[in-house]
Design a protein around this ligand. Structure first.
Ligand code: CU
Ligand code: ZN
Length: 186
């Protein structure tokens, strides 16, 4: 047998091995392709230490974007900064464990309608004289998959108003409620 034939034989054996391994890998994880896309998510908001704010925020995938429906009670009347934060970790008494605003594209802080903004920038939620706030907003930047996915991230309501300008926080002050965005039953 000459060298060329031997080389050809080795290449053939290796190609077959790679093909077999690829088939094996596919058979080991048949569920991966069948996992349905996430269409709905929810964050249950709990008050931080010394505060009473609580509620639920539901996120639903629509053709126009992620629809956010927030209902928060136990707030002081007025505007309160409202953002998705980097970490789904509300373990600290003041919720600083949730990190800063969720910002996968390294953009400046801004309002929800700005072209350049943190993905987590939801602006403000406005509480009435009874401390009850309701917000509905369809967001074009947030997603349930890929780099802008908000699944597993933190959601924060602040004590002060987000001025939509001050970097990188909007000067919204301490955190009064924290929740984790999790997959919801569709
Ligand atoms: Cu925030
Ligand atoms: Zn921000």
């Amino acid at each position: 047998m000459n060298r060329k034939l031997i080389a050809l034989f080795i290449a053939l054996v290796m190609a077959t091995a790679v093909l077999l391994l690829a088939c094996e890998a596919q058979h080991e994880h048949p569920a991966a392709a069948e996992t349905p896309a996430i269409t709905k998510a929810i964050a249950v908001m709990h008050p931080t230490e010394g505060h009473t704010a609580h509620g639920t925020v539901v996120f639903t995938a629509t053709p126009e974007g992620i629809k956010v429906v927030a209902h928060i009670e136990g707030l002081t009347p007025g505007r309160h900064g409202f953002h998705v934060h980097e970490y789904g970790d509300c373990s600290a008494a003041d919720a600083t464990s949730a990190g800063g605003h969720f910002n996968p594209s390294d953009a400046p802080h801004a309002g929800p309608e700005a072209a350049q903004r943190h993905t987590g920038d939801l602006g403000n939620i406005v509480a009435d004289e009874n401390g009850v706030a309701h917000l509905e907003w369809t967001d074009k930047m947030m997603s349930f998959s890929g780099p802008h996915s908000i699944i597993g991230r933190g959601l924060i309501v602040h004590v002060e108003e987000d001025d939509l300008t001050t970097q990188p926080t909007g000067n919204a002050g301490a955190r009064v409620a924290c929740g984790v965005i999790g997959v919801a039953r569709p």
